[in-house]
Design a protein around this ligand. Sequence first.
Ligand code: NZQ
Ligand code: ZN
Length: 385
Amino acid sequence: MLNFEFHNPTKIVFGADTIARLSTLVPPTARVLILTGGASAEKNGTMDQVRAALGERSVHQFTGIEPNPSFETLMRAVEQIRRDDIDFLLAVGGGSVIDGTKFVAAAAQYQGDPWEIMLSGGAKVSSALPFGAVLTLPATGSEMNNGAVVTLKATHDKLAFRSAHVFPQFSVLDPTRTYTLPAKQVANGIADAFVHTVEQYLTYPVGALAQDRFAEGLLQTLVEIAPQALAAPEDYATRSNLMWTATLALNGLIGAGVPQDWATHMIGHELTALYDIDHARTLAVVLPALLDVQRAGKREKLLQYGQRVWGIDSGSEAQRIDATIAATRAFFESLGIPTRLSGYQLGQAAVEAVIDQLGAHGMTALGEHKNIDLATSRRILEAAL
Ligand code: NZQ
Ligand code: ZN
């Protein structure tokens, strides 16, 4: 196992009807800004519950954080914080709203141009406003981690930052709040959590036995619950398993002490920034192609993953690896997610555009071996055509 430090200060409050717990989670004298996305939280009654729980506190609201939150929109929230003298933020929504809130929390206290937060990957963040979250979409793990992804719309730059200052103080996870999700978002959430697990697991063995078994358990859980999660929106047991699995997939636990890949995410972010494809869908396109191109470096873990998650244990090594990648692709397709660029009406021109952006963003040594240069990224994207 590799050396590691593990620290996660986020308190989780999980279960049906737990939004009422905001009454004690949020400081009683706080001047609160609630941040939301579009209309979903208002329409499905989540906001009524939030407002009731906050009671007599001074509560302000910022609405309109879009999927793949933009710097431009988030800076309007920063202005509102200054105008209304806000001292506590509450994100109500999915990964985009929570990520956006993390950025706003840091930007509100940043001296200088806040885009530097993104350009520095978070290194320049020295403080942030405290915040909590009410999660409505199981997918990103943002509710229990310190990462966020923000897009500068004007230039199609989608960059990530991390900082010890932007862990949520708490996150409320009420699975009943997911019942109104469109099937497409449920599918996206399953795929995103699946790929988060794979990015931290499917690299090379370092003898991290518990992390491997834990990751395999999360992958198997996602495979097991996916059909029911899509078919039965109000099945509490299934939605609660999905919600907690997605959180565990990216709260630091399975990634401690193991090599990590993240190339699928970095390439995927460029596809979202250029073509506005949902985050999880970009991952479903890139991952099978990446596993194919990187099969030598990932050989041992591919065989382990194939055997333990998909039960593939016969045939030559090459045949088993082929079958494993095919099973992964078929899983995404079973969720209704196309796994080829052609499924999104993209071809060779898109490959070149993504390569240009990867170069511009310094993404020239990706993966657990840092051996995915631009030429390798091109091969991956061409294998995804
Ligand atoms: O805007 P509203 O009206 O709320 O609708 C949202 C949005 O259109 C809707 N939605 C959310 N909860 C709902 C609901 N609709 C009905 N009922 C509900 N209960 O779902 C749509 C998508 O929401 P979004 O927050 O964009 O989705 P997701 O949670 O998948 O977040 C994606 C963002 O997270 C980033 C991605 O890059 C992307 O920007 N990521 C963040 C990570 C992190 N912080 O660790 C890691 C991930 O890899 C990812 O990169
Ligand atoms: Zn993701």
